[in-house]
Design a protein around this ligand. Structure first.
Ligand code: 26Q
Length: 820
């Protein structure tokens, strides 16, 4: 009904034009003459946001009014949502009229979209997964709230100086963030520190009271998450820490201004900065404070909804299915028990029944050193009541264990929520498992390894809890939005239904895999995408990439287990081959890297330096003549990913088998037509099953072989000694060939590989090189390679996060999606 449209809802080009002009004038105080790029962005963003508010307000009402509705509460310390404008425009389906409207104002929608500074509120895979799941829940019509932290500083900006990573603070809020709505009325207080005491309540029952030493105000910042189609909207609620009191008047009056604001500053540090470490964990009290802060605020928010609905507390689990994204929010198990038992006087058994029916836990790692543990002392200092509750949960749990397995004290010790080794510590994964009715891994292999290795005792005790939900990625952002040329090409053949019915529809593309006309179009698009990435590389790096080269890409966090150093060893070996015989045929190859290293991760930072130095030598060598190019794309983030995935021919997924829980970059590359060169690790295993072994370049040891080789005593030097290609590549690094003769700078890498090589780079090297030869051969056969590329897209329907969310709904949450 056009007549009820106004300047905030009209989606025609003239209506959008007027809306943008209005915002420019009334929101940022500008006219088209005075407006800066930022002003235009804001005007467009508010115009788009207005058009989301109908679905937004309906969404809020749905969750707060419907008595019989179960909503997902997705608890995650990270939500790596990426740029918002483009994806919201896509969801609303207003790209064309908006583009037209802006054109009449002399503005380019794509340029405005590209200028957005993304909120980097996550490290990598885990945070981005949470964002993909929010997108899919909104698209499928699953009522959900994402709860997280409104970090003032997100993931650092990576710059490169002389080949070294240099971190810069990411002040993402500097220009404001038009997508969030601050909801002061829903602020809650969160306690920290202090002590506990017992008392007799009015009914004569012994109760416990926690007297926190300090209180912090948690203020919700709401970001709308709108589903594809624009009718269903959920919310991402991120908590920001504020001082309960702005400043201390006593100190202020007596002239001590520093002391007067000290408390405020201290309070606000809680949500100040995202910890930029992804795997190896370090027990920093501020990090535990962050975790408890957002968990407590979120649970209190959920209880408020429960009370507003007028529902009794022992039906809390019928209102919320609470998903723990890794152990980072696991303290929620103890906090809900505290709120129910201490706060509302519920009996322990009833509270425990409600708690375990609410929670489910997703594990994201197989690396034992990455399992979160907190020293009991540190934990009890910050959360004394929670430590008592964890002891009580543990006491009751171990009683059950001992009843089921009398006399097996070793088992009890292994299962205990407390690691008794010095310093005694709380095992957050155990708390999460015991407090949940479901535990899932993120890929089939990962779940298997969880059940047979990392959590085998728990799997034996409660096998029914364990299930698999293989990760997925949203085809909206990671195909429709980031690769408009390919998206249009796909739609021209199979219609547009693939965008929200990816698993059901994308397979129809298979019919065109051998169609020469379609193949040519497909190759043309890939070439244009490569040219676009080249332009970006030229602008930021001054490196020219040949769009006719094969683009071979590894972008992800830099980690030894992900083996960027295996990749660079391969590059060095290829370079040596060229040097040995510069006249031999070598089809152009561009090897691209990108990714951040944790600021304190010595080896990862040195690998980044090595890649840069190798790039400098190879790119500048006239014998190579541009046939082999190496580039490091700085500051890899969601935005950069959206340019990189569509341009890749080959996707490097080369972690040591058994180490990468799932990987999701592998899927983002695959649905953009890159063929994977990878190990049988994480979700690669399932991707290969889907695309067919002839459309996947496999190499390396399998997970059981890794265990076997290690059991027999792995000796990396034996591989270096017997494989001359490998030996020479290592020697080149060691001899200073990439460091102007400096033999020290990369010694830590070479020595580590020769004498430790925890991630078995040397063991997989020969197999990787053999695979490389097969890749080069396949790339020379254009029709064959194009077919492989098309089939990768056509057969990866399973890896849509819509499928993952349906799995969670069916197997874990017991929720029926309202759409799709
Ligand atoms: C924990 C405690 C203290 C400080 C930091 C952390 C921390 C933060 C982030 C620990 C781990 C992370 C991130 C982990 C992560 O991204 N894991 C990846 O999750 C993806 C989604 O499931 C998988 O695809 C990847 O395989 C997995 O590595």
């Amino acid at each position: 009904n056009k007549s009820c449209h106004n300047v905030r809802t009209d989606c025609t080009a003239p209506g959008l034009r007027q809306a943008v002009l209005d915002n420019l004038y009334y929101v940022s105080g500008n006219t088209p003459v005075t407006a800066s790029a930022q002003d235009w962005y804001d005007a467009v963003a508010y115009c788009v946001r207005d058009r989301m508010l109908k679905a937004w307000n309906e969404g809020i009402e749905r969750i707060t009014k419907a008595l019989d509705l179960r909503a997902v509460a997705y608890l995650s310390a990270e939500f790596l949502i990426g740029p918002q404008l483009g994806s919201n425009v896509l969801a609303l389906g207003i790209a064309e009229p908006l583009r037209e409207a802006l054109a009449t104002l002399g503005q380019d929608l794509d340029a405005i979209v590209d200028g957005e500074h993304e909120p980097g509120l996550g490290n990598g895979g885990l945070g981005r997964l949470a964002a993909c799941y929010m997108d899919s829940m909104a698209t499928l019509g699953v009522p959900a709230i994402g709860y997280g932290i409104h970090y003032e500083f997100g993931m650092f900006t990576q710059t490169i100086r002389d080949g070294w990573q240099v971190e810069m603070a990411d002040k993402w809020l500097r220009q404001g963030f038009p997508w969030e709505i601050v909801q002061h009325e829903f602020a809650v207080e969160v306690g920290l520190g202090g002590s506990t005491e017992t008392f007799l309540d009015a009914g004569g029952r012994l109760r416990v009271r926690w007297n926190p030493e300090k209180r912090i105000l948690a203020v919700p910042h709401d970001i709308p998450v709108i589903g594809y189609g624009g009718t269903f909207c959920n919310v991402l609620r991120l908590w920001s820490a504020e001082a309960v009191d702005a400043f201390d008047f006593g100190s202020f009056s007596s002239g001590d201004y520093g002391k007067a604001v000290e408390e405020k500053i201290l309070s606000e540090t809680i949500s100040k900065v995202l910890y930029p470490n992804d795997e190896p964990y370090q027990g920093k009290v501020l990090r535990l404070g962050q975790q408890y802060f957002f968990v407590s605020a979120s649970l209190r928010d959920m209880l408020r909804v429960q009370q507003m609905l007028g529902k009794p507390l022992d039906t809390f689990h019928t209102t919320f299915a609470i998903q723990l994204n890794d152990t980072h929010p696991a303290v929620a198990v103890a906090e809900l028990m505290r709120l129910l038992v201490d706060g509302h006087g519920m009996e322990w058994e009833r509270a425990w029944a409600v708690t375990t029916k609410c929670f489910s836990y997703t594990n994201h790692t197989l690396l034992p050193e990455a399992l979160e543990k907190w020293p009991v002392e540190l934990f009890g200092g910050l959360l004394p009541r929670h430590l008592e509750i964890i002891y009580e949960i543990n006491r009751r749990f171990l009683e059950e264990v001992r009843a089921a397995y009398p006399g097996d004290e070793g088992l009890a010790a292994r299962l205990s929520l407390i690691d008794e080794a010095s310093p005694r510590s709380v095992r957050m994964a155990h708390l999460a498992v015991v407090g949940s009715h479901a535990v899932n891994g993120v890929a089939a292999l990962h779940t298997e390894l969880l059940k047979t290795h990392v959590m085998q005792d728990f799997a034996a005790l409660t096998p029914q809890k364990f299930c698999n939900v293989t990760n997925g990625v949203t085809p909206r952002r990671f195909l429709a939005l980031c690769n408009p040329r390919l998206a249009a090409c796909i739609t021209s053949r199979i219609g547009p239904a693939w965008i929200n019915r990816f698993e059901e529809e994308i397979g129809k593309l298979e019919a065109f895999a051998d169609d020469p006309g379609f193949q040519a179009q497909w190759r043309g698009i890939k070439r244009e995408n490569k040219a676009a990435l080249s332009a970006l590389a030229e602008k930021h790096l001054g490196v020219a990439l040949n769009p006719d080269a094969v683009f071979d890409v590894q972008v992800k966090r830099v980690h030894e287990y992900k083996r960027q150093h295996l990749n660079i060893l391969r590059v060095i070996a290829l370079y040596s081959a060229i040097k040995r015989d510069p006249g031999a045929e070598f089809s152009p190859l561009a090897v691209l890297f990108g990714g951040k290293a944790a600021p304190g991760y010595f080896m990862a930072k040195r690998v980044i330096k090595l890649i840069h130095n190798v790039a400098q030598v190879i790119n500048g060598d006239p014998d190579v003549g541009g046939r082999l190019t190496v580039a490091y794309i700085p500051n890899f983030n969601v935005r950069v990913g959206q340019v990189v995935y569509p341009a890749a021919d080959i996707s490097q997924q080369i972690s040591l088998a058994g180490k990468e829980a799932s990987g999701t970059g592998n899927m983002k590359f695959g649905i953009n037509g890159a063929v994977t060169m990878g190990t049988l690790d994480g979700a690669n295993v399932e991707m290969r099953q889907c695309v067919g072994e002839e459309n996947f370049f496999l190499f390396g040891l399998t997970a059981p072989e890794v265990v076997e080789v290690k059991r027999n005593g792995y000796d990396p030097r034996a591989y270096a000694a017997t494989d001359p290609v490998l030996g020479q590549a290592l020697d080149m690094i060691a001899s200073g060939a990439f460091s102007a003769g400096d033999r020290e700078i990369f010694r830590p890498i070479v020595d580590n590989l020769l004498y430790q090589d925890e991630y078995m780079v040397l063991a997989d090297f020969a197999s990787y090189m053999h695979c490389q030869a097969l890749v080069m051969e396949a790339c020379r056969d254009t029709a064959r390679f194009t077919r492989m590329s098309i089939l990768n897209v056509a057969r990866l329907g399973k890896f849509s996060s819509d499928r993952s969310i349906r799995d969670y709904c069916r197997d874990i949450w017991n929720i029926t999606p309202e759409l799709g």
